[in-house]
Design a protein around this ligand. Sequence first.
Ligand code: GTP
Length: 358
Amino acid sequence: MTEAVLLVGGQGTRLRPLTVSTPKPMLPVAGVPFTVHQITRARDAGITRIVLATSYRSDVFREFLDDADHGVEIVIATEDEPLGTGGAIRHALPYLNSSGDDPVVVFNGDVLTGVDIAGLIRHHVNSASDVTLYLTPVPDPRAYGLVPTDATGRVTAFLEKPQTPEEIVTNQINAGCYVFRSSVISAIPTGRPVSVERETFPQLLADDARVSGVVDHGYWLDLGTPLAFAQGSRDLVLGLAPSPAVPQIGESLVLEGAVVARDAVLSGGTTIGRRAHVESGAVIEGSVVFDDAHVHSGARIRDSIIGAGAVIGEGSVVAGAVIGDGAHIGSGNELLDGVRIWPRAHLADGTVRFSSDS
Ligand code: GTP
């Protein structure tokens, strides 16, 4: 039996306002809550029991679990106060059956990846490591935690968000999936917030523990920002990111009860949520339209997220924007790059326009 901890207790501030009522891992991505993609990938890698380490809005996870059946045992651990990534892993320990040298897999709850989970566990066991990290190469590592390794794959340092050229000694970053020796989890301090990236891992290196890195060149995306969230969703729908939980791969995914006008155009891995309505002449590209939203005729939406029950008025343009749940965008508006509309906000017809001819 192999167990895993899924870290899903963060506030997801970068994805506000979508995360005001729904925790990031429970946002729907390609037809199911994001966490289901991770759960089913873990199951297919042979993991039989998963502890969901929750904190923020743990009630949403409990509701979800009532009717979840994904062929794997799921247990919920809830921190009263958020304990950080390391504190959450330590808090989950009593909920695990693993002990001693048993490998425990830990996933950040917002990472979409094709990493070979079973291979990572094998590497961990065969190299007798205390912790094994999944590393991925990125073109610009400045926003991440750099993890250089030596010729034997042993981690030599943890460099959080390096800025100067001298600090950028590698392009391989911490990709948010680890295998821990169970006894290493027991040694994490209890009862206070601990960051695994800033405290636990550097301390293990200082103690000369065996910390290994496995570089995987496959698909990897941190879904933490709106643009990345939309990209992850479309990559799943288009079949570019691997998940057993995508209902159907294609140019678009239209979920049950949605009504899409015959001359509306959906492309680029767009998802149309349950009972949503897309009217005549609307063009939606590479976007996520949540359940019960309504896109009126002639609206054009690109690389955006339209919250549950939101309304996009006739002829409005939404590009690179996030529209909160239940917001109402009147007709003839233009909401462009980076705009975020708060849930249930109301924008009158023609209030925001950028075009020179407006
Ligand atoms: P931002 O606020 O937008 O940075 O997102 P976040 O809250 O998810 O933080 P971050 O992306 O740094 O967290 C990485 C992973 O750890 C995510 O899957 C979080 O859900 C999870 N996480 C972060 N802090 C905690 C915590 O205190 N407790 C638990 N259980 N999980 C956490």
